[in-house]
Design a protein around this ligand. Structure first.
Ligand code: SF4
Length: 451
């Protein structure tokens, strides 16, 4: 949110004579906006537009607060500041802007001259305005849900719920009911199929199905239907772990013996936040008999910064190989492997170091999944590390926090602040490396016999 506000403030600075209506109560704001737009002279910041209509058999009032109303030769343009670097792929932005266009048209009797987005990339992109039918339909659907006394039936699932704004509302209730949606790594098709058969809880699943009968269930799979098959056994193990609230060891973890391991964790920006999908921190640290300090390779802030980060990573990896030979590079999930491939195609290898890193990669997530059924709905590092007894000091930090802080670092002209932010991000990455080592040690020591 603070990044969004900062982005908007910078755009506002381009209009020194803008009239800021942000502090007024909404009714007054609507009136002032109408007067200013009718006068046609000033940029209006945080103006308000209001119209009444009928949705879901109910009289409703719709209020929109576009960031900017900009005078043109005839009429006004509507412009909203967004952190998204592009409008494509963000239907919610198009719907919001269409609604602003409609509110403007209802208020002033004619459509705006343009509807625009000031993007996170700093560009001003036009959004074609062709009325707000779709936006009003979306509002109507939301209103119907809100007017309904019963909440809509929706089975939870970690991947869709963990970052949803309603998590705190839906998840504790699902835990209380021991919902079938708590099962980790089970496809939505199967969850839906079980739900439609009246299997809504984990206890019900364990009562009604064994591995053989669950394996025969057909659920939607792409455009076809497919049996659950051999996965059934593993799904029931997860159900038992959740029901009994304890880890259940399935088999000894397959971890190659080595005196030392290097923990490997990347911090990166996905394409929607950066035109170039970018790794800004390549985190490495050796643990084991001869532990070392964390050795991070950080991307530079200039034009060639991305390549510099990659080169520095290859240098660190080379030094680690020189000291430890073919040491396993332990990471959590597939991100690290796919990003090495991305950078190999982007900048190539040097002395086959990246190829050697790839040969030595050891993904701990599938090892953990195959060896222990955990009483958790997610096999994210942050969930599994808790079971391994690892406690973080930086409790507010996380992947999204790290990205937001990194963007702040790239945008601040203050060198000292930038260094301080990068130190914080490095601290967070170090905790990820320590947590990965904590989980590796836990898997090796505590999960060798059936619990
Ligand atoms: S948390 Fe969000 S995604 Fe999950 S069930 Fe609730 S509303 Fe749907």
């Amino acid at each position: 949110m603070s990044l969004g506000r900062e982005h908007e403030r910078r755009h506002l600075a381009r209009f020194p004579n803008a009239l800021d209506l942000g502090g007024l109560p909404i009714g007054e704001r609507v009136e002032r906006t109408r007067e200013e737009v009718a006068a046609g002279e000033r940029v209006v910041y945080q103006g308000a537009l209001r119209a009444e209509t009928r949705l879901a058999d109910t009289e409703v009032e719709i209020v929109g607060v576009p960031d900017f109303l900009l005078p043109a030769r005839r009429g006004y343009a509507i412009r909203d500041s967004k952190l998204s670097r592009r409008v494509k792929g963000h239907p919610e932005i198009e719907l919001q802007l269409a609604l602003y266009g409609w509110l403007y048209e209802r208020t002033l009797g004619e459509p705006p001259v343009a509807v625009q987005v000031h993007t996170g990339a700093g560009t001003v992109d036009d959004v074609p305005y062709e009325g707000a039918e779709e936006a009003l339909e979306a509002l109507e659907a939301i209103l119907r849900i809100r007017l309904d006394s019963d909440p809509p039936h929706e089975v939870v699932g970690w991947s869709k719920c963990s970052s949803c704004g309603y998590f705190e509302r839906c998840w504790p209730e699902a835990v209380k009911q021991r919902s079938i949606g708590l099962l980790p790594w089970v496809d939505r098709g199967l969850i839906g199929e079980l739900d439609s058969r009246g299997v809504n809880t984990i206890d019900e699943l364990l009562r009604r199905y064994d591995a053989e009968s669950l394996a025969k269930i057909e659920r939607p799979w792409g455009s076809r239907r497919q049996q659950v098959g051999p996965k059934a056994d593993r799904i029931l193990a997860s159900a038992r772990a959740l029901a009994e609230e304890r880890p259940i060891v399935l088999r000894p973890p397959v971890i190659p013996e080595h005196p030392n391991y290097v923990m490997f964790d990347l911090e990166g920006l996905p394409p929607p936040l950066d035109e170039l999908e970018k790794i800004y921190l390549w985190g490495l640290q050796v643990f084991g008999e001869r532990p070392g300090e964390s050795r991070a390779a950080v991307a530079g802030f200039g034009q060639t910064g991305d390549r510099e980060g990659w080169e520095a990573f290859l240098q660190e990896a080379e030094a680690i190989f020189a000291e430890h030979g073919d040491i396993p590079f332990v990471h959590w999930a597939t991100y690290e492997r796919t990003k090495i491939d991305l950078y190999l195609s982007r900048y190539g290898d040097r002395d086959s170091i990246a190829a050697r890193v790839k040969r030595n990669l050891l993904d701990l997530l599938p090892i953990a999944y195959e060896s222990v059924a955990l009483p958790t709905s997610s096999y994210s590092l942050k969930q599994v590390e808790k079971l391994a007894g690892f406690e973080r000091q930086l409790t507010d930090a996380g992947g999204e926090w790290s990205m937001a802080r990194y963007i702040e670092a790239t945008e601040t002209p203050d060198e000292r602040l930038r260094t301080a932010i990068m130190d914080e991000i490095l601290g967070y990455n170090r905790e990820d490396l320590e947590a990965t080592w904590g989980v590796l040690s836990w898997l090796r020591q505590d999960n060798k016999t059936d619990g």
